[in-house]
Design a protein around this ligand. Structure first.
Ligand code: G6Q
Length: 545
């Protein structure tokens, strides 16, 4: 089961059969300095990957795999604006969005940096005006609520970053994100708002997405009913690549912030799609977010592969998935403000690498992207960690933690840190049957009772974890972390030989939904679908009557 013809893959297979039984406990006992060997840092951001089932030999072979897959050349092609998104014939240039003004990135013979800078400048002016109160609504009042209407990549990134950077928010402004077409989302959001002080940011690359247009139309109706049609100009802005559709919707193109088709939806928070972030934290801090990502871009471009954070993270993931059999990854931020990071990374990773066809059209012959899930620590500990510790599947975890909290309660932060350190230690070490029995006896249980209960209290351990440690969650650090994951995903997709930048898998359901919509209210039975769908449509119609 290999992406032939990579010979290092076969070598890794052989190594894996030798290393599978190895216990990390023993590795740590034999090499107390494993942390020194297996950690890497960029500025304040440190990755400890020593609690993985790897030795120096594993890492060397994984690096060989990356080289053999042509990582350095492909990486340079991405940064140079080559059309590496082959199925859509597009360049993949989210990195250009955070480039420095004096950089040059060519797309079809044009340096795109001046256009990026021009939009950034408009974003600065607009966000400054909204924050200062100079941008007033139809009745002359400053904005108090900002509602981002978008879905998928036009929602998850900005929603996650806006929440992650809560400590840096403007005092007067509150942020809301509406994505689901379920009417309760927009209805319940609008219910608490005053039209005179509400700004809608309609975020849609295509401006044709059913959910977004439905929600934006409802929002516009609500506003027009209260303040009249001319108010739309003062209360709606658009973030899009499609000027014609924005105009058709009724938003003045002067209030549209542009981006381009070489920005993938799930990589778009660095573009105009990040406008809600800029309004929330101010444009200077938005630029710090970009600068953090740029720093990680530089690291990825220039650091040797064996010391390169995204490369290491990707290769460890490949080792765990393809050679040790892990089918999932847990993202565990010990930070309440990063509560939405798992959902954001779920899209970034699963939409990018949840593929089973290689670039040449052939079927993949190895596992590709894992199932990704997670929650903020310590909440997850009281929910799904049971399975991570004692379940039959090995689920590698990424722990994220800040040495300093930004809130006022440092005693809470210390408890948070203690938990964030205890979990990877427990997952690595585990607890043997003998240890568990001895513990029960020491607690005063009878030998019979201790023997009966001990197996339930065994922790197999040897479960791999990465720890990302940083000083505090400021915009710059968050930018580094997000770019780290973007590049990790790129490296993995490259090794699996897939197109990480398309998302054809979301299309079929969309098309069928369009066909089903009129059938839900049409008279007579529906016969165009499979028996189950036809019957469910009939049941729904009956229940709605
Ligand atoms: C992301 C996908 C997808 C997209 C949404 C919204 O990479 O392309 O999640 O962001 O479907 O699309 P629009 O921005 O065009 O509304």
């Amino acid at each position: 089961m290999t992406p032939d013809p990579l010979t290092s893959w076969h070598k890794l297979d052989t190594l894996a059969s030798k290393q599978r039984p190895v216990l990390m406990r023993d590795l740590f006992a034999a090499e107390p300095d494993r942390f020194q060997r297996f950690h890497e840092r960029e500025g304040d951001l440190l990755l400890d990957y020593s609690k993985n089932r790897v030795t120096g030999e594993t890492i060397d072979l994984l690096i060989e795999l990356a080289k053999e897959a042509g990582l350095e050349e492909s990486r340079d092609r991405m940064f140079a604006g080559d059309k590496i998104n082959a199925t859509e014939r597009r360049a993949v240039l989210h990195t250009a969005l955070r480039a420095a003004p004096d950089q040059e990135v060519m797309v079809e013979g044009e340096n795109v940096i001046p256009r990026i800078m021009a939009v950034r400048e408009r974003m600065r002016l607009f966000s400054d005006c909204v924050r200062s109160g100079h941008w007033t609504g139809a009745t002359g009042k400053p904005m108090r609520d900002v509602v981002n209407i978008g879905i998928g990549g036009s929602d998850l990134g900005p929603a996650m970053v806006v929440e992650a950077l809560t400590p840096f928010h403007h005092d007067r402004l509150k942020f809301h994100f509406v994505s689901n077409v379920d009417g309760s989302a927009i209805h319940e959001t609008l219910a608490g708002l005053d039209p005179a002080t509400t700004l809608f940011i309609v975020a849609s690359k295509t401006f044709t997405t059913q959910e977004t247009i439905a929600n934006a139309t409802t929002a516009r109706g609500w506003l027009v009913e209260a303040l009249g049609a001319p108010a739309v100009a003062k209360h709606f802005v658009a973030l899009s690549t499609n000027g014609a559709k924005v105009r058709e919707f009724g938003i003045d193109p002067a209030h549209m912030f542009e981006f381009w088709d070489w920005v993938g939806g799930r990589f778009s928070l660095w573009s105009a799609i990040g406008l809600s972030i800029a309004v929330a934290i101010g444009f200077d801090r938005f630029e710090q977010l970009l600068a953090g990502a740029r720093r990680m871009d530089e690291h990825f471009r220039t650091r040797s592969l064996d010391r390169n954070l995204p490369v290491i993270l990707a290769l460890i993931g490949i080792w765990n998935a393809n050679f040790l059999g892990a089918g999932a990854v847990a993202i565990l931020p010990y930070d309440q403000h990063l509560r939405k990071l798992p959902a954001y990374l779920q899209q970034l990773d699963m939409e990018s690498n949840g593929k089973s066809v290689r670039l040449d059209g052939s079927a993949t012959t190895c596992a590709t992207g894992p199932v990704l899930f997670g929650d903020a620590g310590t909440n997850g500990q009281h929910a799904f960690y049971q399975m991570i510790h004692q379940g039959t599947q090995m689920i590698p975890c990424d722990f994220l933690l800040a040495a300093q909290g930004l809130g006022p309660l440092d005693n809470h932060h210390l408890m948070l840190l203690a938990n964030a350190l205890a979990q990877p230690e427990a997952l690595m070490r585990g607890k043997t049957l003998d240890e568990s029995q001895a513990e029960l006896l020491a607690d005063g249980l009878s030998p019979d009772e201790a023997e009966r209960l001990a197996p339930h209290r065994v922790f197999p351990g040897n479960r791999p974890t990465n720890t990302l440690l940083y000083k505090c969650l400021d915009p710059h650090t968050l930018g580094m972390i997000l770019a780290l994951y973007e590049h990790k995903i790129f490296v993995q997709g490259l090794i699996w030989g897939i197109d990480s930048f398309d998302q054809w898998g979301v299309e079929l359901g969309k098309i069928l939904a369009k066909a089903i919509l009129p059938e839900l209210t049409a008279p007579g039975p529906t016969t165009d679908h499979d028996g189950s769908t036809n019957a469910l449509i009939a049941e729904i119609k009956q229940l709605r009557n």
